[in-house]
Structure formats: C-alpha cells, structure tokens
Design a protein around this ligand. Sequence first.
Ligand SMILES: *Cc1c(COP(=O)(O)O)cnc(C)c1O
Length: 427
Amino acid sequence: MIYKRSSALFAEAQQYIPGGVNSPVRAFKAVGGDPIFVKEAKGAYLYDEDGNKLIDYIASWGPLILGHAYEPVIKAVIDKAKKGTSFGMPTEIETDLAKLAVSMVPNIDKIRFVNSGTEACMSAVRLARGYTGKDKIIKFAGCYHGHSDSFLIQAGSGAVTFGSPNSPGVTQGTAKDTLLAKYNDLADVQGLVNANKGEIAAIIIEPVAGNMGCIIPTKEFMTGLKKLCADQGILLIFDEVMTGFRLGKGGAQEALAIDADILCFGKVIGGGLPVGAFAARAEIMSHLAPEGLVYQAGTLSGNPLAMAAGLAMLTELNDRPEVFESLANKTEYLHKGFDTVLQEKGIPYQINRFGSMISVHFTEEPVIDFESSAKGNNNSFKKYFHGMLQQGIYLPPSAFESYFLNDALSYEDLDKTIEAASKVELN
Ligand SMILES: *Cc1c(COP(=O)(O)O)cnc(C)c1O
C-alpha cells in the first residue's frame, strides 16, 4: 500500500498543529511511520486519502459500535442540524436521551451530559468530593480517565506510550490527592485506604480496562473493591466511557454484576459526536448545581446534534440487544483465529478478550495489570501492526490499546484479518 498523500498531509499538518494531530495516539509514535489520513468511512471500512481501503478495528476508539456512517445516526444528525445547531436553552431531546440511558443502565436515576469522557470523569470526581467532603482519590496504574490534571498519574494508552506518565503542568498539589494502586490487587488498595483513613472520596476504575490493552478484573478484586468502598464510605466510580453501551445495555455494571456509585460515559453514548455523561442515584446527583452546590456547566452540553446522534445510537442498541451477542461472537471468532495462526509462529503471546474488546500482547505471562502489560515486546508489536496495515487491516497503533469491534464487520472481514495475521513476520 502507498501512503504518499497521507504523508504529505501529515507534513503540512505538523506545521500548524502540534505533532500534526489533535490527540497524541493518532501520531503513530508508538509504532513508527506516518499516520494515515482518512477521507471517509462506511460500515467496517476506512478509505484513506491515497485511496486505500482498510478494515477498521478501532471504530473511532469505540463510539461507532454499529460501524461508520450508520444510516439512522446520520439521518438523525442531518434532520436536527436543519433546525439549528445550538441554543444554550433546554431542549426536549436532552430528556429523551437521559430517559433512555437511565432505563438501560442499572442503578442510576439521573444523568448529566457533557462533551467528552474527560469532562465526565473530572466532573464525577468533583461530585464525589463535594458529596463526601473528602479530597483524595484512588486510581489504578494503567487506567485512563481523560486528560484532566488529577488523572495524569500513570494514565495508560497515550500517556504511557509517550513515556510521560506524569505530564509537566500537573502541579504537585494536584498530584498529591491522587493515590495510585495496582489493578487486580485488592491488598494494594486496602493498604492505601488504611494509610489514608477517612480521607478518600472515591476510587475510580475502568471496570474492564481498555487503556493498557484489554484487562479483565478478577471477581474477587471487584467484589472486594465494592465492599471496601461500602465499608469506608468511599464512592466507587466506574469509568464506563469505553464499556458503557458496549459490553451490553447495562455496560460493565451489568456484565460484572457489580453496582457502582457514580458512572462515567462517553464514546458510544454520543454515536460518534462529542458527548460524555456522568450518572448516579438521585441522592448523589442532587448535589450537582443548580439543585446542589457542586458546580459543573457547559455551553455546548446537551447539544442537539450530539443528543440526536446519541439517541439514534442508544435506540438501536436498546431495540436490538442481540447486537451485543453478535459482537461478542465475532470477537471470540477473531480470538480463536488469532490463536490458531499465532501459535504456529512460536513466539510468546497473550490474548485478552471481554465482549467486543480484545488485545494481543507479545509476552509470556498473563496480562493482568499495567506492569504485565508493559512487559510486552514492542518490537514484535510494531512488526505486527505494520504487517497488518500493509495488508489493509487497521489496528490500534499502540500496544496499550484495546481493539473495538463494530457490528458492520463481516465474518469474511474477520477471515481476511486472521489470514493477514498468519502472514505477518514477527521475528
Ligand atoms: C476515551 C476514554 C476517556 C476520555 O474520553 P475523551 O472523550 O477522549 O475525553 C476516559 N475514560 C476512558 C476509560 C476512556 O477510554
């Protein structure tokens, strides 16, 4: 494949945009080479500026769970745009989406819409602090909760890829209120809670992690975390920006059978437009302005185009829950296919999978946390990534990212992908 025009566009972009991109992982730093500029996309396929067709396994990092340019979503956005794109006044469709989201997700009464997952997570933490009157939070190494200051402490994916787990610009004062624990290690969390008795407002976690590859929590870890929070008056925040409306109607709460206190959403809930949200029981949400004192606001929050896309997307998922099973089946098929072809290569690898999230790690040990994920052989990963790309398969350009399958992928696409993996040179 030839990427002449993409490379030229990247060179030009770099003159005007830092690093040529508006979000770092897009720049291919972890895998080398120039990023691909996309021209358009439909269903499971990306069409780039050089006319190459690629099978897409990132789906805009998750939102496009039904494939690109999904007709009902596009139609909803176009219809809405004709009636005006922003008012700064309440609209009925905000309640429509809120009502539907609350009906699909267990354990929440009210939801507040924002514009990104980052906003959702930072607002959720402010709410938790305002509600509990405590300052500290616990996050897990390798979990990403957006780029707000409190979370840029060993933050997974982009931040890890660039070897800057702590970003310059995050103050010591902010960093000291974020305590770092090991994923899947309850004793570690217990130790932090004991050492900071009565000071912890919230524990925030990706209930199935996707920002250090796909990492599955053990049952003991999750139930232990839940109990610890309940015993200590700590709020449990599930960052479901990735897992929400992807692992099922009820997201990770439903899939893991664990209730959290506050939930964060993004990605799928916006159907490909900029939407984030956070939600909880009414008793917690009532602390939010204008009902309560915890301030949070947004000029474009609840934007009609974004709400229209989100509503069309969640309506489809609500009406056709079999989509989640179809996606899980496709992901399992891919897993088995990869197993067959990778085993023959005689190099160590691990595949982690949950629902429609999956990741391949070139390492001998099971990948259960950030440390074990970071042991993956990045040289093999680079060869794998570029080898697949040469054959028209677009995988996440970092070993710390999960794939996100979309339901437009056909079994023929999956077979092509497995076939491509069989041909990749990894040694
Ligand atoms: C993507 C992501 C975020 C950040 O969302 P943005 O919309 O990129 O700000 C937060 N948490 C998790 C788990 C994510 O995957």
